[in-house]
Design a protein around this ligand. Structure first.
Ligand code: G3I
Length: 358
């Protein structure tokens, strides 16, 4: 399958030294990308171009990541701020960094109910509005054709609490076009880029609460029906946003879910992993340990399933987690959700990931 061959080529690119048995010292120097590549897994992270102005961060990113995803610069609000006038500067800068450092590159995301430009909602009410979906996907996926390992074609379209019998999220896309917009989006993406792996990306299947049981059931039904309709979905993207002190992963439930996804012939990508450390102790050592433990319990199950081909964290360093609103209201502290701390030093979460990959 072309897209799989492309992905494996990029996997090899990402872990070019994978075949070598580095010395222990070199191993310690190597980042998560090399450790993961030895197991045939691509490790990467989301990034934004404003982060590149920090030389220490850019060096850490080049060392640790074998794949990049755009945290926000490849969403429609950034790509098409004015109807028909595309701004690829952010995405192209991220792609350039990835290529410069032998990294694969993911596309996030073509269709979402957030991060759309202000003009879109009104435009959707016009007749023949379907071109707002098909022309956009053709333009974006066409621009990056052949350079994207995998596209999050549609993002977060399931929400059982919206009350629909099919469990779909009642978004402006669903209201305007009905559920078929999902079929349209995937077929348009496949036509625009025959080689990219096409991914359905969502959150809600990771944890062990009753609402997650419902989310998993709806997701399996959605994927099974989509494949039966001939929608070219090749992978499930599981965002992997966890909580250190809240609801935890139920490893047994997660394992059974992943087996069912694999039995459909789908690959699995952890697309946005991080561990929210708010709400518990304010002691940093306790928070870091709890984050690492939650990460390890999750990745051990994810990586046990041969369908899992890549793991990305939603950022690499805690440094960029402090825009207003993210601070813990109780203590005014900054989040510690990612593998590297604000000084780009490795944390217990980094070690937990290295052990899970190894
Ligand atoms: O637009 C400004 C830009 O001009 C400025 O240079 C830059 C640096 O300050 O900030 C930009 O602002 C915001 C950006 O986050 C900062 O990273 C954007 O306006 C804002 O929309 C953007 O929010 C992103 C959000 O998705 C909406 O796109 C978050 O970074 C990103 O973490 C979040 O990610 C989502 C996934 O896409 C889907 N899954 C959930 C996940 C977390 O909410």
């Amino acid at each position: 399958m072309l897209s799989r061959r492309l992905f494996l080529e990029q996997l090899a690119g990402a872990g070019a030294t994978a075949g070598l048995r580095p010395s222990l010292a070199a191993q310690a120097e190597q980042g998560l990308r090399a450790i993961a590549a030895r197991r045939g897994i691509v490790y990467g992270c989301a990034a934004a171009t404003y982060e590149f102005k920090y030389a220490d961060f850019s060096a850490a990113l080049a060392r640790e990541a074998g794949m990049l995803s755009a945290e926000y610069e490849m969403k429609r609000a950034a790509l098409e701020p004015t109807r028909g006038a595309y701004d690829f500067s952010g995405g192209d800068s991220l792609l350039a960094f990835a290529r410069q450092h032998g990294m694969a590159f993911r596309g996030h995301t073509l269709v979402w109910h957030h991060s759309n430009p202000p003009w879109l909602a009104d435009a959707l009410q016009s007749p023949k509005a379907e071109v707002l979906l098909t022309d956009y996907i053709a333009a974006i996926a066409g621009h990056y054709k052949g350079r994207i390992a995998s596209w999050d074609v549609v993002n977060e379209v399931i929400q059982p609490s919206d009350g629909r019998s099919d469990g779909l999220r009642d978004t402006m896309w669903l209201k305007r076009f009905g559920p078929e917009y999902i079929d349209t989006a995937f077929h348009a993406a496949r036509q625009a880029d025959p080689r990219a792996m096409l991914v359905y990306n969502d959150w809600g299947c990771e944890l062990g609460a009753p609402e997650n049981d419902r989310f998993r059931a709806v997701t399996l039904e959605f994927l099974s029906n989509a494949l039966a309709r001939g929608i070219p979905i090749q992978a499930l993207g599981m965002q992997g946003h966890l909580s250190a002190f809240g609801t935890q992963v139920d490893q047994k439930k997660l394992r059974a879910f992943l087996d069912a996804v694999r039995e459909m012939g789908l690959k699995i990508i952890v697309t946005e992993h991080d561990v929210d450390d708010s709400g518990g102790s304010s002691d940093i050592a306790i928070r870091d340990r709890a984050v690492a433990d939650a990460c390890r319990r999750f990745l051990d199950v994810m990586l046990d399933n041969p369908a899992t081909i890549a793991v990305l964290t939603w950022g690499l360093s805690d440094r960029f987690l402090d825009p207003p609103g993210w601070r813990d209201k109780l203590s005014g502290r900054y989040p510690r959700m990612l593998p590297l701390d604000r000084d780009c030093k490795r944390k217990p979460m980094w070690a937990a990931m290295a052990k899970a990959f190894a």
